[in-house]
Design a protein around this ligand. Structure first.
Ligand SMILES: [Zn+2]
Length: 291
């Protein structure tokens, strides 16, 4: 008998079925952030939205990845922060907890190549974790982040990303494959181009019309960027284009009543979008025991 209290949360794992497709949301953990990473809003505006939503300040960003199982195959959408954030990098343990063997993953789809999405592809020694996977990435992100010359003159939050992308993707060699446009990349999964946050930032439409739009980094902090969709991030490659992609996606999700999934929406990372005041609000989908 032990009276020891828990010091860590159980694994974040949530299954959601869409016809023949099963999507599993996995929590990789979170990243401690600060309102200072946002541009285009004042600190007071950010603080007010956090307070209105009973969220702490400084805020943290949730980090999620999604597994898609369809047609007897397994895909991973993004790979979390790996070894570089103290409170993230929990993906591998969560995959093990739901009996998804790394060697069973035949496809990795990347929404973009920022470090909190790619670093989990490799271990601390830059060894590949998903040896049997093809890693599909928008060609515009490959052309940018794998060309060190492009880092010249970029602000530090972007320039410092380059070596992490190099170390995390290069070990996959020619298993890394670029794509362009809006195409089916895996059974029941198609790319949706949402550029701006990075040159090739994408979402993935999973399971058709009654499925889920996994929108990558359309939002980093839902409480703030739903109320202020034009609030951008110091990590955005093209802030105006990122804001335009965000507005377009929020409009679409609200008018079509789409279910969306986000890498930085609070776990399990699934939600709807509604119009509120002159902007939007994110309505999280609750956890449920049935799927
Ligand atoms: Zn991110």
């Amino acid at each position: 008998m032990s009276n020891q209290l828990p010091d860590v949360q159980q694994h974040g794992i949530f299954h959601r079925r869409f016809g023949d497709v099963v999507v599993t949301a996995i929590s990789d953990g979170h990243i401690q952030a600060a309102l200072g990473v946002f541009q285009g809003i004042t600190a007071e505006q950010g603080e007010a939205e956090l307070a209105r939503a009973f969220r702490p300040s400084p805020p943290s960003f949730a980090v999620n990845v999604f597994v898609v199982r369809a047609a007897g195959r397994t895909a991973l959408i993004d790979a979390g922060g790996g070894d570089i954030y103290p409170a993230a990098g929990r993906m591998m343990a969560a995959l093990a907890a739901c009996s998804i063997a790394p060697e069973s993953v035949d496809t990795v789809l990347l929404t973009h190549t920022h470090r909190d999405h790619v670093r989990g592809l490799v271990d601390a020694h830059n060894k590949v974790r998903f040896a049997n996977a093809r890693v599909l990435v928008h060609q515009a992100d490959l052309d940018f982040f794998l060309d060190p010359a492009k880092a010249e003159g970029m602000p530090a939050p972007i320039a410092t990303t380059f070596p992490v992308v190099e170390a995390s993707l290069r070990p996959y060699g020619d298993q890394v494959v670029g794509f362009r446009g809006e195409v089916e990349l895996f059974p029941s999964v198609s790319s949706v181009e949402l550029p701006g946050h990075t040159p090739g930032h994408c979402g993935f439409a999973v399971g058709g019309r009654d499925g889920v739009l996994i929108w990558g980094d359309v939002m980093h902090l839902p409480e703030v960027q739903a109320a202020y969709p034009d609030a951008t991030l110091v990590f955005d490659f093209d802030g105006a284009q990122a804001a335009a992609s965000r507005r377009k996606t929020l409009e679409l999700a609200a008018s079509e009543r789409l279910l969306v999934g986000g890498m930085h929406l609070h776990f399990p990372g699934l939600a709807h979008v509604v119009r509120r005041d002159a902007a939007f609000a994110v309505v999280p989908e609750p956890w449920t025991s049935a799927y």
